[in-house]
Design a protein around this ligand. Structure first.
Ligand SMILES: C[S@@+](CC[C@H](N)C(=O)[O-])C[C@H]1O[C@@H](n2cnc3c(N)ncnc32)[C@H](O)[C@@H]1O
Length: 225
């Protein structure tokens, strides 16, 4: 991608962001806290957060599962779309990320509706299945890409007909089409896509995105049965 193209994407992101996902004290404070704590700047963008918020609203979700919390920026977008009795379980490997996310959610006044579970996502997902929790209406997969194939399997166990499963970063600068790329992240999203494509219980698509964080994309799958 040329530098000129990237500049246009970033400017257009800013244009729409200012109009459609404008500055908000709690969201801005969460991003500022994440940068101050030197978390990697891999949170969703404001427009992507708004996209997630709209998807949750459109699907009338009450129960959300997030895999990959970081500092809770996307969690904040998700929780704001929920009704008062809605709830999010968000899974995070790194205790420090979880601690910062908890502080951000507390600061935003929504911590009573978010349960952040610390540990490898596969273990937390196994625990949720063992606990026989109610199915989730909306699942956002945004942790290590090598884990995506496993996360799809667990998501299906924790879903019901109508559950929307959204996975982030499935395009990876276009490298998803490189079958021999040794990067485990690329192999993870390729295997995830193969599994989604072969899964009769879902209907799915993928959307390429460009913007201030470059060229990437989302996979969306709805559980049919
Ligand atoms: C892309 S960031 C999440 C960004 C966040 N969803 C947002 O947009 O604000 C990915 C997060 O997944 C976490 N992670 C990586 N491997 C994981 C694993 N095996 N289990 C749980 N979380 C993991 C990382 O520590 C990181 O905080």
């Amino acid at each position: 991608m040329t530098k000129a193209a990237q500049k246009v994407w970033a400017n257009v992101d800013r244009y729409f962001g200012e109009k459609l996902a404008p500055s908000d004290p709690a969201l801005d404070a969460a991003l500022a806290a994440n940068r101050k704590a030197k978390l990697p700047a891999i949170d969703v963008t404001p427009l992507q957060g708004k996209f997630l918020e709209l998807l949750v609203r459109i699907s009338s979700a009450r129960r959300v599962l997030e895999i990959g919390t970081l500092g809770g920026y996307s969690t904040l977008w998700l929780v704001r779309a929920l009704p008062q009795d809605g709830h999010i379980v968000s899974l995070e490997l790194d205790p420090r990320h979880a601690e910062i996310a908890r502080a951000n959610l507390q600061n935003a006044g929504v911590s009573d509706r978010v349960d952040i579970r610390v540990g490898p996502a596969t273990e937390s997902l196994q625990a949720l299945v063992t606990e026989s929790v109610a199915p989730f209406d909306f699942i956002f997969i945004d942790a290590d890409k090598a884990g995506y194939p496993d996360y799809l399997g667990w998501s299906l166990k924790l879903s019901c007909p109508g559950t929307l499963i959204v996975a982030d970063n499935v395009v990876r600068d276009g490298k998803v089409i490189e079958p021999d790329n040794p990067d485990p992240n690329i192999q993870g999203v390729r295997r995830f896509t193969d599994l989604v494509a072969a899964e009769p219980r879902v209907s799915a698509t993928a959307l390429q995105t460009v913007g201030s964080k470059g060229y990437d994309g989302f996979s969306l799958a709805v559980v049919l049965r």
